[in-house]
Design a protein. Structure first.
Length: 173
């Protein structure tokens, strides 16, 4: 065995007899997704527990992060990047991963889908946004338990409406 331990040379690490696998490097908290490398957004433990479709025995006492990168299959990951939960391990389809999926919820609490917003008239879209606001003000939302991102959907709803109503300008020659 040529593995040496982490002791300094003066402590005799070259002749250390301890097997290498007995050493645990302290996990490095990077807060970046181990698959796409983007920074994650912290979510509450209850969000992960509410949204996972796998046994909650897998849930650790760590502060999980949410990966919003569209092309990345990871939804939640541990700060050290050692553990990931992917889209197949989450009960809901994730808006950030499928922002153009008609059946995907953009507002999880009040059940509004991407397709519904797309098909609605501009006035109906305003009514939906007003209704979401009314629900929020009435304390009826539960974004930490319903929305995979663990926070309010309103920014996503507004962003989606913007995307629907003002598609990227087409270059005209
Ligand atoms: Zn990712």
């Amino acid at each position: 065995m040529t593995d040496s331990c982490c002791c300094p040379p003066e402590a005799g690490n070259a002749v250390c007899e301890l097997p290498a696998q007995s050493f645990h490097r302290p996990p490095r908290a990077t807060h970046t997704c181990p698959v796409c490398g983007e920074r994650g957004k912290p979510v509450l433990g209850q969000t992960v527990k509410a949204l996972l479709s796998v046994s909650l025995r897998a849930v650790q006492e760590v502060k999980y992060l949410f990966c919003k990168t569209q092309t990345c299959p990871v939804v939640y990951f541990s700060p050290d990047g050692e553990q990931t939960f992917t889209i197949e391990q989450v009960r809901e389809r994730v808006y950030q991963k499928e922002p153009d999926g008609d059946d995907v919820f953009v507002c999880y609490c009040f059940r509004h889908t991407v397709g519904e917003l797309r098909a609605a008239s501009p006035e109906s879209r305003r009514i939906i946004v007003d209704d979401i606001n009314t629900g929020i003000n009435a304390g009826q939302c539960a974004c930490d338990l319903r929305n995979p991102q663990g926070s309010c959907c309103l920014g996503n709803v507004r962003g989606l409406i913007k995307r629907i109503e003002a598609p990227p300008a087409v270059m005209v020659k």
